[in-house]
Design a protein around this ligand. Structure first.
Ligand code: APR
Ligand code: PHB
Length: 396
């Protein structure tokens, strides 16, 4: 016999998108229940990106989860790109886009979100079986079913939201003749490490004939570095020594001489993909975050797109539930997808500009370097990359 629960919004997935949405709804007096396949500890242990667009920073502050971010995060107004063996320039996001970004790990945001949920006493089911299913999503009483510790559950709700990431079931609840999938995969991966070493002051991306590299940070004694690697590589093939040698070789001496190396405390390889599922609404089922789209990490857009989806969706749900006005809910999918496609395109463009592709020839490398030279010396070129890297404004 299933245990039947009732709420206003049932949310599948308690990652950044699901937990932020649930918290914002709670603050507006709207009940929700989160359903999460993994344990709370597993979700909190994930190492993800660490660049927050200013729209994300302001939204987190607005919802009372910015205090530790403001204390421990690092505000940046410029980002570096190196290329051609000895070229290095910084695009000035402050000057060209009147904006900035914050270095603060997604892992930390997840901790801040869960702390806020604990304080709010919201409801979440972790460790559920991999059998979550959506039902009656085109009716006024959709539901979500799942089993947990041998007990069947049904959550009846007014709205159901898939915040269940790329591999989650939500988008598959949309009929195949309605759902449109757009996908591009890249012929390489990113090998990332964390090291308890002082990071560089700025983030620096490297276009090198040896492949892409990135120097990033988490805090004054925690650095995050990446090198492009073949898709079929495994972490075992990359000793710390090999990683550091390759990373330093991909930056100019003026940068590599500043990098403090040390033992890795985390090492992982991730594939790169561009993916968009349309529409992000079907009846009373909504998609938000990685459930609807994936970007290569080059533009640091993944988390920021999840936040902008949640901004648009929470605004629509609150207006509908609290004011019986469906305007923002009716335009959620189109509005969110405009920002999604802009970020997907920017991430694709920056990935193509900075990485070495297997079939690439010498002219391809020179064409990339010519585009980087243009951006380096053109105020308009710097303005274009700056405003997109900083993140386009949320539509009002
Ligand atoms: N049932 C319940 N929960 C599920 C299921 C399922 N069948 N499938 C996936 N989930 C959970 C995952 O365990 C995960 O915690 O949904 C959550 C989805 O979280 P994310 O994948 O982090 O996606 P999102 O919340 O949209 O955040 C996007 O997270 O992964 C990064 O790079 C990504 O920065 C981006 C951000
Ligand atoms: C990170 O700090 O993990 C990071 C920064 C910038 C990116 C991707 C990842 O583009």
């Amino acid at each position: 016999m299933a245990e039947t629960l009732s709420t206003q919004v049932a949310i599948v997935g308690a990652g950044p998108a699901g937990s932020l949405l649930s918290l914002i709804l709670h603050q507006a007096g709207i009940d929700s229940i989160m359903v999460e396949r993994q344990s709370r500890e597993h979700v909190l242990s994930r190492i993800r990106a660490g660049v927050l667009e200013w729209g994300t920073v302001e939204l987190l502050r607005r919802h009372g989860i910015g205090e530790r971010m403001d204390r421990e995060g690092h505000v940046h107004t410029e980002t570096g790109i190196s290329y051609g063996g000895d070229q290095l320039f910084y695009f000035d996001i402050g000057a060209h886009a009147n904006s900035a970004f914050m270095s603060y790990g997604q892992t930390e945001i997840q901790k801040d979100l869960y702390d806020a949920h604990d304080a709010a006493g919201t409801v979440a089911y972790y460790d559920v079986d991999d059998d979550v299913a959506f039902h009656d999503v085109t009716t006024s009483r959709p539901s979500v079913t799942f089993t947990r510790h041998g007990q069947d559950h049904r959550i009846e709700a007014d709205y159901v939201v898939g915040c269940d990431g790329f591999h989650g079931p939500a988008k598959n609840a949309i009929p195949s003749d309605v759902l449109r999938r757009y996908e591009k995969t890249y012929p390489f991966g990113w090998l990332g490490i964390l090291s308890e070493t002082p990071p560089l002051e700025h983030l620096i991306y490297a276009n090198s004939s040896r492949g892409f590299a990135l120097a990033s940070q988490r805090n004054p004694m925690l650095s995050r570095y990446y090198v492009q690697c073949p898709l079929d590589d495994t972490v075992d093939q990359w000793s710390d020594e090999r990683f550091w040698d390759e990373l330093l070789a991909r930056f100019p001496d003026s940068v590599s001489s500043q990098i403090v190396t040390g033992p890795s405390i985390e090492k992982s390889i991730a594939p790169l993909r561009s993916f968009v599922a349309e529409p992000m609404r079907y009846g009373n089922l909504f998609l938000a975050g990685d459930a609807a789209h994936i970007v290569p990490p080059t533009g640091a857009k993944g988390l920021n797109l999840a936040v902008s989806d949640v901004f648009y969706l929470s605004r629509g749900l609150i207006q509908q539930i609290n004011e019986r006005d469906s305007h923002y809910l009716d335009c959620y999918s189109e509005m969110a997808l405009r920002r999604v496609w802009a970020a997907v395109r920017f991430s694709w463009w920056l990935t193509g500009l900075l990485h070495r592709f297997p079939e690439q020839t010498e002219i391809d490398q020179r064409l990339q370097e010519a585009e980087l030279t243009y951006i380096q010396h053109s105020a308009k070129g710097q303005a274009a990359i700056s405003e997109q890297y900083a993140g386009m404004p949320f539509e009002r």
